[in-house]
Design a protein around this ligand. Structure first.
Ligand code: HPA
Length: 280
């Protein structure tokens, strides 16, 4: 798409999102991964719009991903959530998959809390635990910034502190206050949709990954190119392939995320409350 037609399409998306927000100016974008979308059901004064009804958005295709935008307040803080997201393994191009983040950033939202379900590569991680993302490895073979530099985006974004150190420190504090065990580590994104082979999991461990999934990295790259602050949290739904000898299944992933949804929700609420309070 040319720069001009891309900008026009983006503005149409932004206008539709603005209409969905009515008079609310959201501060935080929450991207809710597999099985974690329930948090947006707790929004107050909420309104929702299906991805399919937003110009420029593609239709979501994975079970457990509802594919809607929810606007409302969480802990009194105006938020906008994606219940579901676009994955590259569905066949979406990286720039199409990240259009929601671009548009929501253009709406004036400056903080991204991105979440996902991931396999634990680190042998000390158990199913149902949470990992604060310190850094990532992009093994998708794609980058959403390929092509002309978009308005408001850095051509060569620095990724040294892609996951905001202050937000990470704040999240660790909230976790400690609430008695929630929170590991930290490196998230590695692979294209999928196959889960990894045991040999690939061994490779990922050698490369420095603690968790593996099929999302998040494109959204974080776009967010950083646009200067958003990013916080990332992985829910470790399973020990990665080969660690237990058991086969992996999407049903298992969904069941584990349902089990950990309560502590995940408490952690994110606590973080949102702190971001929303003037001292944070
Ligand atoms: N691998 C990749 N993606 C995943 C996994 C996994 O083990 N678990 C949940 N998402």
């Amino acid at each position: 798409m040319t720069t001009a037609s891309y900008a026009a399409a983006l503005m149409e998306t932004v206008d539709a999102l603005r209409a969905a927000c009515a008079t609310m100016q959201p501060r935080i974008l929450l991207v809710l991964g597999s099985g974690l979308g329930g948090l947006a059901d707790a929004f107050e004064d909420a309104s929702a719009v299906d991805f399919a009804d937003i110009p420029g958005f593609a239709r979501a295709a994975v079970v457990g991903h509802r594919g809607r935008i929810v606007v409302g307040t969480l802990e009194g803080v105006p938020c906008i959530a994606m219940q579901g997201r676009y994955h590259l393994y569905e066949g979406h191009e990286a720039d199409a998959a990240t259009l929601p983040v671009r548009a929501i950033s253009a709406l004036g939202v400056d903080t991204l809390i991105v979440t996902n379900a991931a396999g634990g590569v680190n042998r000390s991680f158990r199913a149902g635990s949470l990992m604060l993302i310190e850094d990532h490895i992009n093994m998708l073979g794609r980058n959403p910034l390929v092509g002309p530099a978009r308005d408001g985006e850095t051509r060569f974004p620095d990724m040294t502190r892609a996951y905001d150190p202050e937000l990470r420190a704040l999240t660790l504090e909230v976790a400690a206050e609430q008695g929630i065990a929170l590991n930290t580590g490196v998230y590695c994104a692979l294209l999928g949709p196959t889960y990894e082979t045991p040999a690939e999991v061994r490779m990922l461990g050698i490369l420095g990954a603690d968790a593996v999934g099929m999302s998040t990295v494109p959204e974080v790259i776009v967010a950083r190119a646009r200067g958003m602050r990013v916080l990332g949290i992985s829910l470790i739904t399973n020990e990665a392939a080969g660690h237990t000898g058991e086969a992996l299944s999407h049903d298992e992933v969904m069941a584990a995320s349902a089990g950990a949804a309560e502590s995940f929700g408490r952690l994110v609420r606590g973080v949102v409350r702190r971001i929303g309070s003037p001292v944070a």
